[in-house]
Design a protein around this ligand. Structure first.
Ligand code: AGP
Length: 610
């Protein structure tokens, strides 16, 4: 999604903004731009494509300045070309960058046209800059004009604006899209998240919904949605530059795959004793709330939704608690029937996914007993909105394809399952066994990563493929779904996952000797059923690859194709461990196909629009 970096300082900020834009690349974008205040006017450069295209323009025609704004745009309204790139301007006096969508842009555009405004882009953003310019023309200063203008906007936005007539001032506002204020030494910054600024400062103010901020090098002032002057807490952020650098890895995704044992260990750290999930890890008073819960309703998008699907099987099987799982973009427009004592859970890596956030807000009005967020970004909108929170501690995930966020979500959900199981009176020995298992998970993940070379070699067989099927049963069906999603999003190979029992109800028609079929085979009671489904594939000459628990490898024969064994550690851990080979497969296939692994086409890391 789009990204903003802005600064007001006493030094040249061009490099600060450019470094910030590179750090925002992970969010996904298709054009970039910058505007810096000059003496009496604003200088702007924009480029379609990557930040390096913008950098090349700036090298050819440098612009410097102490105050300005910059942006990476992920196209929503209008093509990803230079004309639609941000900053959008009103003449050479006012420039604005925007994340989000203005829903009433068409009506505002008509109104502004009637009063003589000329539009130069197809964006919804351009209406804002003209609206603010008009209000400044009627005598308001930039801060007042922005506050007045946003009162007329419907939709979600974070913006940063500069005017040539107010040197050294940047104004920002947020409603529905995140914006942070960075506090430096005699300088201030704005950005969509903290990562683009951590080389400059570790002190941040997380702006609240409806906040508008005016900043200069020395000071800043925040007004809330009721236009009252407010003070927001300044937080010290612990993210280090190392955490957001690629190090010796070829891609962020590769780094993040290999960070999983550590990320999982950190997600478990301080949350388990030798024999139980520690009380209140979900927040103060959580034990009492969770003790009442008779049903769980999980809502999320994409990979996070897959984590929820795995949890459904485990919740019902281990805790004996009914669990529904739903896609956020569907849930948010439904009128849910909420039964008594239901816990509503949202899962989100970024904590900013627009549909998931809207679903959470919707749920808070719907009469659930409590809402719980499982999230990887502290201070995100979803974390602030939920009553209970369990943070995954995956660390920054930069690759668009989610890897360590997913496995840590699975682990966080397992902590929830175990806590609800305990409160629901599960057999104590069984419970203690699951807790002990969880403590071994990082070690099993390390072993699974040992398959890397095998998958690198295997990947060569797929570079010409255009389709693939993934099969699983029970809690491994969502793992097959996640494997298919990983492969399609980064290698652009069309991949679908099916519950293996569904194969003969349609997808079997696709199977011939050219179709690769991946099956995930854990050591569980469904193994025989899965083998029967796999037989259906081998009988049609399908190209089979079975990823099996080491204990069941001998159940497969040569006719079952390529069998890869790994130690998966039993029913609770197996879905997490089985994820690793599927991630390695997707990664190596994408690398060998030469795609942009970390920033796949058309995708964004943090989906802050509907
Ligand atoms: C995962 O690889 C995807 N990029 C995507 O499906 C992602 O999981 C989804 O957009 C939800 O994001 P969130 O976890 O930040 O809410």
């Amino acid at each position: 999604m789009c990204g903003i970096v802005a600064a007001a300082a006493r030094r040249n900020i061009r490099d600060i903004l450019m470094v910030g834009l590179y750090a925002l690349e992970y969010r996904g974008y298709d054009s970039a731009g910058i505007a810096l205040q000059q003496d009496g006017f604003l200088a702007r450069q924009r480029a379609a494509g990557k930040v390096k295209e913008l950098e090349a323009l700036l090298e050819a025609s440098p612009i410097d300045g102490h105050c300005g704004i910059s942006h990476t745009r992920w196209a929503t309204h209008g093509k990803p070309n230079t004309q639609n790139a941000h900053p959008q301007t009103a003449g050479d006096q006012l420039a604005l960058v925007h994340n989000g969508i203005i829903e009433n842009h068409a009506a505002l555009r008509n109104e502004l046209r009637e009063s003589g405004c000329e539009f130069n882009s197809d964006t919804d953003t351009e209406v804002m800059v003209h609206l603010i310019a008009q209000l400044m023309g009627s005598g308001l200063d930039l801060f007042a004009a922005v506050r007045k203008a946003i009162g007329r906007l419907r939709g979600a936005f974070a913006i940063a604006v500069v005017s040539a007539v107010e040197p050294g001032v940047v104004v920002g506002a947020r409603r529905g899209s995140p914006l942070v204020l960075g506090i430096g030494d005699g300088e201030h910054f704005l950005a969509s998240d903290v990562y683009p600024l951590i080389a400059e400062t570790t002190r941040f103010v997380y702006l609240e919904e409806g906040d508008v901020v005016a900043l200069n090098a020395d000071d800043y002032e925040i007004r809330n949605e009721s236009d009252e002057l407010v003070t927001r807490p300044v937080k010290e952020v612990e993210v280090t530059i190392d955490a957001v650098e690629r190090g010796d890895y070829n891609h962020y995704m590769q780094k993040e795959i290999f960070e999983q044992p550590q990320a999982v260990a950190e997600t478990l750290e301080g949350r388990l004793s030798a024999s139980r999930v520690l009380p209140n890890i979900f927040g103060v008073g959580a034990e009492e709330v969770l003790g009442k819960i008779c049903q769980v309703h999980i809502v999320a998008c994409g990979t996070s939704y897959h984590a929820g699907l795995v949890a459904r099987y485990q919740m019902e099987q281990l805790a004996g608690i009914p669990c529904r799982v739903e896609i956020a973009s569907e849930y948010r427009y439904r009128r849910p029937v909420v039964t008594d004592d239901t816990l509503f859970v949202v899962i989100s890596q970024s904590g900013e996914t627009a549909d998931t956030l809207a679903a959470l807000k919707h749920a808070r009005q719907a009469g659930y007993t409590a809402t719980l967020a499982i999230c990887n970004v502290a201070e995100s909108s979803i974390v602030r909105e939920a009553e209970l929170v369990l943070m995954t501690r995956a660390g920054p995930e930069i690759g668009v394809a989610s890897t360590k966020a997913f496995t840590t979500q699975l682990v966080a959900l397992q902590l929830l399952v175990l806590e609800l199981a305990r409160l629901n009176g599960v057999d104590e020995t069984r419970y203690a066994g699951y807790v002990a298992d969880l403590n071994h998970l990082p070690e099993l993940l390390n072993q699974a990563l040992g398959l890397d070379a095998e998958f690198e070699a295997l990947a060569a067989a797929f570079i010409e493929k255009e389709d693939a099927l993934f099969l699983g049963r029970g809690s491994h069906y969502p793992i097959a779904m996640e494997g298919a999603l990983k492969l399609k999003e980064i290698s652009y190979i069309h991949a679908e996952a099916y519950a293996a029992g569904e194969l003969k109800h349609g997808p079997l028609a696709l199977v011939d000797e050219k179709m690769p079929v991946f099956a995930v085979a854990p050591d569980n009671t469904l193994l025989e059923k899965l083998i029967s489904n796999i037989e259906e594939v081998s009988a049609r000459g399908g190209e089979l690859y079975v990823i099996a628990d080491s204990k069941v490898v001998s159940s497969f024969g040569q006719r079952h194709g390529h069998i890869m064994g790994l130690d998966t550690g039993g029913p609770l851990l197996s879905p997490v461990v089985m994820t690793i080979p599927l991630q390695l497969l997707a990664y190596h296939v994408a690398v060998q196909r030469g795609t942009n692994v970390d920033q796949p086409r058309n995708l964004a890391k943090s989906v802050t629009v509907e």
